[in-house]
Ligand binder design. Sequence first.
Ligand code: ZN
Length: 322
Amino acid sequence: MAHNQEARSKKRVLCSYGVDLDAVSIWANTSNGAVTNPTDVSRGIGATVGVDRLLSLFDRNKIRATWFIPAHTLESFPKQVAKIRDSGHEMYTHSKTGKYSTMLTLPSSGLHGYTHERVGDLTAVQERDVFDKSIKTLTSFTGKKPKSWTAPSWKTSLRTVELLGENGIEYDHSFMHHDSQMYYLPYTPSVTETNLQRSATDWMKPMSTIRPSSIVEIPANWHLDDWPALNVGPGGSGFVDPDVLERLWKSQFDFYYREYDTFVFPITIHPQVSGKPHAMLMHERLISYINEHEGVEWCIMKDIATEFRRFPGHVVDGGVDS
Ligand SMILES: [Zn+2]
């Protein structure tokens, strides 16, 4: 990602595919130990067919994705995760002129729980144990300690930001303070919840001052996620026409492109959702459309975060000192 200040004055659009390889983990997480539906477990398209199709899509379009992998997926589908790990070490640079430049970089993978635990539901000890196990599992497989995390179901806990810092996480992809600009992830401010069992004077208090951590946030965005529109089952509508989703994503891209000289466009997908034919064709059209624009570069998130540290931009503000 070699560029200089002169290049910064032009359009610079950092696009990424974040792939959440939830596979069986998301179905194993019934929270209360209830037996999961074997048919959901059989959605092998998540870790097998879907991964193969996405790797092919990325390869054909010279895109390297960032894979967030629950440790359960890694331990259950080691051959498929090895394909991702070994799928190439090059990052391709797109430009309108059709030229590609390449640079060597390491495969990028990040943490996503063990069985996709929504950490806000966990005790402090459980949250820490899941984190420790996930780090050990991914480290032993890739030979490198993961430096990133995305919260399963984008549900976080009051302890999350501190825990990420303690574990050397350099960038996160779980919060939504912005939708197209990176920023330093704030520590969780104090918010007083409304409790109608108590006096109103107990909850009528403003949020405490937001203070930044040193972790780069590449914002999460439900409107750039395939799950709500295309997943059949929890959290998804399942039968949205992909043309509708394509328009929704293109509209966001068009607005950012008009409004900002520099922005990030982090797309989140799941192999068991985007691996379906109707979604695959939509991604092919979307990638072609985005590539028509000057200044577009498809990146792994690690490199996007590194760029922010060199050229910081957006600052999250809000809250008051009590
Ligand atoms: Zn997930």
